[in-house]
Design a binder for this molecule. Structure first.
Ligand code: GLP
Length: 240
């Protein structure tokens, strides 16, 4: 794991500040970087901190890619991951939403939508940065176990673990059964990956991700082979 940089923090503000600094490194080095950004609970404080830390407009030229989206959910739906990406990252950084590469979970032809996404990544010259969270079962985006490292962007059925953990995102509304996800191939090919992990409930899956065998059964374990991985993790999760 020679490419691993581990940033161990206290929970809360310290974590958010370190996560924001990690992302800001790429923004400062290349204000037009192609970045894919996760939603979920983990990065919300980080994104807020990032928007406050960057000079106004500094992140507005980023080429943003959505990480995943539920199938059949419009952007206006409270469950939409596009809506969440927009509220938490795109709008606070002043990125033009029309320039974002979205995953269209309402497309008539979902396969074509996924191909268009992969083509957009290729046209961008690949991703400069992937900001990822860690699913409770080791998923990245919705690359559920088992996922081949060459998996393309595609529709994936949500695992029981994902259905359970995502149930709290929009209380009272059912979690859709499937989602589009950026493929492991484009995520693992990102020139830099920042993995954000917080909370004691993640400590076992973090151990399997970073110290366990590299296996499709823990999709995030392929990150062990990534040449430029930064893991920002709080002490609650770091009990490896
Ligand atoms: C969700 C999303 C991922 C997210 C992960 C962790 O299901 N598909 O993109 O990174 O699980 O979520 P959280 O940060 O809420 O723990």
């Amino acid at each position: 794991m020679s490419g691993l940089r581990l940033t161990l923090t206290d929970a809360g503000e310290d974590f958010d500040t370190a996560g924001a600094a990690a992302i800001a490194e790429t923004v400062v080095a290349d204000p037009k970087a192609a970045v894919v950004v996760a939603t979920g609970r983990t990065p919300m404080g980080t994104y807020g901190r990032l928007a406050r830390a960057l000079p106004a407009g500094a992140g507005s030229a980023l080429r943003v890619f959505q990480l995943d989206e539920y199938v059949g959910v419009p952007p206006s739906d409270p469950r939409s991951l596009a809506g969440w990406t927009r509220r938490s990252f795109v709008d606070p950084l002043g990125v033009d939403p029309r320039s974002v590469v979205w995953l269209d979970g309402l497309a008539d032809d979902l396969r074509a939508a996924c191909r268009a996404y992969d083509d957009a990544v290729t046209s961008a010259g690949g991703l400069d940065l992937a900001v990822l969270g860690l699913g409770p079962n080791g998923h990245l985006g919705f690359n559920e176990p088992p996922s081949d490292p060459m998996s393309r962007t595609r529709e994936a059925a949500l695992s029981k673990a994902s259905l359970a953990s995502n149930a709290g995102y929009a209380p009272g509304l059912p979690v859709p059964r499937s989602a589009l996800t950026a493929g492991l191939d484009v995520l693992l090919a990102a020139r830099r990956v920042v993995l954000l992990v917080s909370g004691a409930h993640k400590h076992e899956i973090v151990r399997r991700t970073l110290r366990g065998p590299v296996t499709a059964d823990v999709p995030a374990s392929f990150l062990q082979q990534h040449p430029n991985l930064q893991v920002v993790i709080d002490r609650d999760a770091w009990q490896v």
